[in-house]
Design a protein. Structure first.
Ligand code: SF4
Ligand code: SF4
Length: 224
């Protein structure tokens, strides 16, 4: 988990990234989705993180499909955990709760921002040698088809949606970190990594915890 300064630096870099570079890469790769459904399975994506606006929308038609996103980065001395958003619940096999037995999305027309943007992305990640650089397409050569013709207009629209998603994601993370710093300061408590690791270990054993989830404007208390 990145700290506030690192997240703000990432957002500043993202804002400087030339949109035409992303458009060019989209055009060159020519990715075409074959609707195989792999990206909705545990094998491809550990969990599907939702932007706050998507979580709000999901709450209106299937609130039981929300869960606090895993990997809680903070906890307080009372043992409460904090996380920056919600994720989609999974089935017993780890696949998305909305994936049906024929590997199709049950709510395709209502699917979420990340489901629409995938596999496009625009954030910096280390490669297998640890070199950090921009990544634009997830799981390149592991799914879909390539070298299809994509019109300039479509490339521009994919790039626009991808950058909008990544910007909103970083803004949500930054807002969460600022809210945590403010809350801990107001409560006069301090985050202690060692204690947090012990709490996480206890949670892994019991599977039970109180988690405060950032919903874009405040924390929502959830019991897991
Ligand atoms: S909501 Fe639909 S498209 Fe999105 S991960 Fe789940 S099954 Fe896939
Ligand atoms: S985006 Fe890729 S993994 Fe997901 S359905 Fe399309 S081809 Fe399959």
């Amino acid at each position: 988990m990145q700290n506030l300064k690192e997240l703000e630096a990432e957002l500043a870099l993202l804002k400087k990234y030339p949109k035409e570079n992303l458009e060019r890469i989209i055009k060159e790769v020519g990715f075409s989705c074959t609707c195989c459904g792999k990206c909705c399975t545990k094998a491809f994506n550990g969990h599907v993180f939702l932007l706050a606006e998507d979580a709000r929308r999901l709450r209106t038609f299937s609130p039981e499909s929300l869960m606090p996103a895993p990997d809680f980065p903070y906890s307080d001395p009372s043992g409460n955990f904090y996380v920056s958003g919600y994720a989609l619940k999974t089935q017993e096999n780890g696949d998305c709760v909305f994936l049906d037995e024929t590997r199709h999305c049950r709510i395709y027309d209502q699917r979420f921002t990340i489901c629409r943007v995938y596999p496009y992305m625009l954030h910096r990640e280390p490669d297998c040698r640890g070199k950090i650089d921009w990544r634009q397409i997830s799981g390149l050569d592991e799914h879909g088809e390539y070298d299809h013709l994509i019109s300039d207009e479509e490339c521009a629209e994919i790039a626009r949606q991808t950058i909008a998603y990544e910007t909103t994601f970083l803004e949500q993370e930054i807002a969460f970190h600022k809210a945590i710093l403010q809350k801990f300061s107001d409560d006069g408590v301090r985050f202690v990594r060692k204690d947090h690791d012990l709490r996480l270990r206890a949670f892994l054993k019991t599977g039970k915890a109180t988690v405060f989830v950032w919903d874009g404007s405040g924390f929502v208390k959830e019991e897991v």
